[in-house]
Write a protein that binds this ligand. Structure first.
Ligand code: ADP
Ligand code: MG
Length: 275
């Protein structure tokens, strides 16, 4: 299912496929991780992608950025197909999309300071900030993710999980992207710090007008942050629409099962009891 068409889509994904065969390391025959996904994302919008583990969410996220090469389909950023680009052209366009991974312990190099980590994207895109402007820009980015200035000199092992994830967000913002792809951005964090990171993300979205693709299996969280939702199962979107509509009147059996198995939602059941 696709989201309704609009002329102003920032990102338009059409019929995207990725199958893992034995030569990609799949153990049992080919696995269709992404089996024909299409959707649109408008500027400033937050689209949640939900689904249980193994449904293909991370593979989808990575194919959007060409971290994994899709087998077929298109990823149009402002009408330009990232799937068909190479070299410098791809680098320039891809900068508009940045990713934050689930595990802030794995995604930050342990021997680099926070300042060096945030500067990493500028090695590939030196045009974004000239050398003399970098300290000021790093200070600004730390402020945007609510971290104190002296954190610039610290190493990842001196930070908590939530602080690390905020550094990963600052590094993503260093690219000045228009879209952030957040793959389970708080799932690896203690519940007590999840809210801090979510608050940072929500205020950034508002201030910078960012569009988010927010991957999560936490339906209570999705309901809070996302205006649109796509439910993914076995490589396809089985249902997509406005978050409130999907929560109150789920159309697909899989969506109903997912909603029914989410404990945090039971205190506030959908008005249109799906049975
Ligand atoms: P999710 O993020 O929703 O948990 P994934 O995208 O990680 O799902 O995985 C979707 C399917 O693709 C799973 O069956 C997984 O085992 C398979 N898969 C993911 N990455 C690879 C890979 N590099 N090689 C082989 N199979 C993979
Ligand atoms: Mg995943």
């Amino acid at each position: 299912m696709t989201t309704p068409a609009t002329a102003s889509a920032l990102l338009e994904v059409k019929d995207l496929y990725k199958t893992f065969g034995p030569k990609n390391g799949a153990k049992h025959g080919p696995v269709v991780a992404v089996g024909g996904i299409s959707f649109k994302l408008n500027p400033g919008e937050c689209l949640a992608i939900v689904g249980e583990s193994g449904s293909g969410k991370s593979t989808l996220a990575r194919t959007l950025l060409r971290l994994i090469q899709p087998d077929s389909g298109s990823v149009l950023y402002e009408g330009v197909d990232l799937v068909r680009m190479t070299g410098g052209q791809l680098r320039q366009q891809r900068r508009n999309l940045a990713m934050v991974f689930q595990d802030p312990y794995a995604s930050l190099h342990p021997r680099k300071t926070v300042a060096a980590l945030i500067s990493e994207p500028w090695e590939i895109h030196p045009e974004l900030v000239d050398k003399s402007g970098r300290p000021t820009r790093i200070a600004e980015l730390l402020k945007q993710v609510n971290l104190p200035q002296h954190f610039a000199e610290l190493y990842p092992n001196q930070l908590s999980g939530g602080q690390r994830q905020r550094v990963a967000i600052a590094r993503a913002l260093a690219l000045q992207p228009r879209i952030l792809i957040l793959d389970e951005p708080v799932s690896a964090l203690d519940v007590s710090v999840q809210a801090q990171v979510i608050n940072v993300l929500m205020s950034l979205q508002e201030r910078l007008g960012l569009a988010y693709i927010f991957i999560s299996h936490d339906l209570a969280l999705v309901r809070l942050v996302a205006s649109k939702i796509a439910v993914m199962n076995k490589g396809v979107f089985v249902e997509a629409g406005d978050t409130q509509t999907v929560f109150s009147d789920p159309q697909h059996e899989y969506t109903r099962t997912l909603l029914a198995s989410s404990p945090a939602l039971h205190e506030d059941p959908p008005a249109n009891g799906a049975s």
